[in-house]
Ligand binder design. Structure first.
Ligand SMILES: *Cc1c(COP(=O)(O)O)cnc(C)c1O
Length: 396
């Protein structure tokens, strides 16, 4: 099969929702992907912050293959040893005693929203959930409603009730919106899809303190920022805050679909039997993958990713010398390079690809860099050199 045939089939049969790159990926090895023509690309996209161990990681591949042969799925009608092992490891590592396992980021956030609402019922009745403009929390109807994208809201109205929003990083606005009707706040510490936009330390610390003083639940969406992406297991750790609920997905199982919603004992036990569920959620295959990922992360990769993340940040700072680069943002191995409107991030992405490097464009005109956590300093140097050549060649 060639590119045109594959494009044709997609255009004919897939619902026309994706704007895909003209690239057919065949396989991966280490931190690199190979297309069907044998071209090699160092991968700074990682399946959107998901393939945190890169490709064909020996220990991970072995654990997944062994689990496939042994048992993949039995539903939550029964117990499995591997789920038991994984939830114990995850709860110990995260400090949250309660977890629900599902299959995606949207589902993890949907669970967080349902859990918060269930909690409100026991604490004075129905409440509103407050979210940030520019946020991305998923594509189910409720998570779309807390996603700050007005065009999407118009397309799918009428939307579920009981949500309102505040301006990104604007504490005065946040404070004015945090009225008595609000029972929970949900945010990403670094807005990923919106172009790698971190909330300020001051905003997060103050918003958290205000929520605590009012008994408002603080929900952090760690779907993209979690699993070591920012140099700590979860991004909230940078700010000395302790959320009531966090959500995870993307890197959690190294590429096998999985999501998780974690909560304190008090909040996590607001659900009772029959309140929530999932057929696939936390199945044996996903748990075996996630358990190995977490073992590898805690066994040294997290420390290494923290260092590589600092290295990447230092290297990228260099690009501020180009006048068409207007901002360089992010933390750890989650970085964004904002380009001025005079140049096109999509064109930069294309030229990097020609040089054998994959990045993607997020939040308008921002190059997003979210490699596997196994990325090496040498591979980062390669990306930096390629980007520098493109920048030096760009006249604005
Ligand atoms: C990707 C993402 C989601 C949605 O995850 P899916 O697995 O695509 O449903 C939710 N929140 C954040 C912060 C994300 O980056």
């Amino acid at each position: 099969m060639n590119l045109n045939k594959i494009k044709e089939a997609e255009a004919k049969h897939y619902m026309p929702v994706f704007a895909r790159e003209s690239l057919v990926i065949d396989h991966g090895e280490g931190n690199c992907l190979f297309d069907i023509n044998g071209n090699k690309y160092v991968d700074f996209v990682a399946g959107i912050a998901t393939n945190i161990l890169g490709y064909n990681h020996p220990e991970y591949t072995e654990a997944v293959c062994n689990q496939v042969k042994k048992l993949m799925h039995v539903s939550n009608h029964y117990y499995t040893e591997i789920q038991s092992r994984y939830i114990t490891r995850l709860c110990e590592a995260s400090g949250f005693p309660r977890v629900f396992l599902c299959n995606s980021g949207a589902e993890a956030n949907e669970c967080a929203i349902k859990l918060a609402r269930r909690y409100f019922k026991n604490h004075g009745g129905d409440k509103v959930i407050l979210s940030a403009a520019g946020a991305f929390h998923g594509r189910t109807l409720a998570t779309l409603t807390v996603t700050g994208n007005a065009a999407q809201h118009d397309r799918y109205s009428p939307l579920p009730q009981g949500f309102k929003s505040f301006s990104y990083n604007d504490f005065d606005d946040f404070k004015s919106k945090l009225t008595d009707e609000v029972g929970a706040v949900i945010l990403e510490t670094v807005q990923g899809e919106c172009g790698v936009r971190p909330f300020s330390n001051d905003f997060l610390v103050n918003a958290y303190a205000l929520c605590k003083s009012r008994g408002v639940l603080f929900i952090v969406d760690e779907v993209q920022t979690g699993m070591g992406r920012t140099g700590t297991l979860f991004s909230f750790e940078h700010f000395g805050i302790q959320p009531d609920i966090i959500t995870m997905a993307k890197g959690i199982a190294g590429g096998i679909p999985m999501g998780a919603c974690l909560a304190t004992e008090e909040v996590g036990t607001a659900f009772s039997r029959g309140d929530h569920g999932s057929t696939f959620g936390g199945n044996a295959l996903a748990c075996a993958a996630a358990d190995k990922v977490l073992e590898i992360l805690l066994g040294g990769l997290l420390e290494r990713a923290k260092e590589t993340g600092v290295y990447l940040g230092n290297k990228l700072a260099y690009f501020s010398k180009y006048n068409f680069i207007t901002d360089i943002r992010g933390i750890g191995l989650m970085r964004g390079i904002q380009l001025s409107d005079k140049v096109s991030a999509a064109a930069f992405e294309g030229r990097l690809r020609e040089k054998g490097y994959l990045v993607n464009v997020a939040g308008g005109n921002t190059l997003r860099i979210i490699p596997p956590l196994t990325i090496t300093e040498q591979e980062i140097d390669g990306l930096v050199a390629a980007l520098d050549e493109i920048c030096a060649d760009t006249n604005v």
